[in-house]
Ligand binder design. Sequence first.
Ligand SMILES: N[C@@H](CCC(=O)N[C@@H](CS)C(=O)NCC(=O)O)C(=O)O
Length: 251
Amino acid sequence: MRMERFFRLFRTGKPGSSTERRPPMTETALPELYWISGSPPSWRVMLGLVLKDIPFTSRRLDHGKGENRAPAYLAINPTGQVPALRHGALVLRESIAILAWLDRAWPARPLFGATVAEAAVIWPRVMAFEADLRPAATTIATTLLRNRSSERYDALAAATARYLDELDDIEHRFDEQSWLGPDGPSAADCWLYPTLGWISRALERTRDSVPAELAAHLADRPALRGWHSRFAALPGVAGTYPPHWADTPAT
Ligand SMILES: N[C@@H](CCC(=O)N[C@@H](CS)C(=O)NCC(=O)O)C(=O)O
């Protein structure tokens, strides 16, 4: 294709061209969510589906039985990771990409903002969480869950400092707003909620000692705690709580 024509097509989105096609609206089957209980990225996609009120088929995989590494799932996602979302012939992976795609496919109740101004607030927040908060939260949760706090004291202290700095920043935001998005629960809220849940779960389950300020991550931050309760009370959110956490409460 000549370059000028390519760019013209790209700009105008000729009917029937790839820029114009809306696959999900032509699909009748429900989207299928492949997920593992307790996986924060899976949980955030489930929250997105619930907040957008999109009916879906749950395909829970048992990590303990290696179901996400079995050929049946590797045929869907060769990396073996969750979440994956299948809709007809389309398979999507990467939780944030899935949330963004859901917003395009089901535009009602947008997670990334209804306007460009809202998108300009929500997208940077989500990407900053991925870049800054995710590595710290991952170090904290995995260290605690493996009972390696003493052994990995320095790494845990550094991750804790970074994590709590981020939470302080969020705490101040809630002085003026109820949600991380400018107009109601957003993809940023769907990102944060499972991450806090994961840290809380790790704090409950670890048999090793933990820094006191980390143990008080919510207790010390009333505005964040208020947001957490508001989010938890949204329709459908309670039903997304990782089932195996409910089955194996803190010891
Ligand atoms: N960047 C990916 C991360 C996905 C990911 O790390 N998934 C983990 C669960 S939290 C997983 O599938 N682990 C199982 C495995 O790799 O066997 C996303 O956001 O979707």
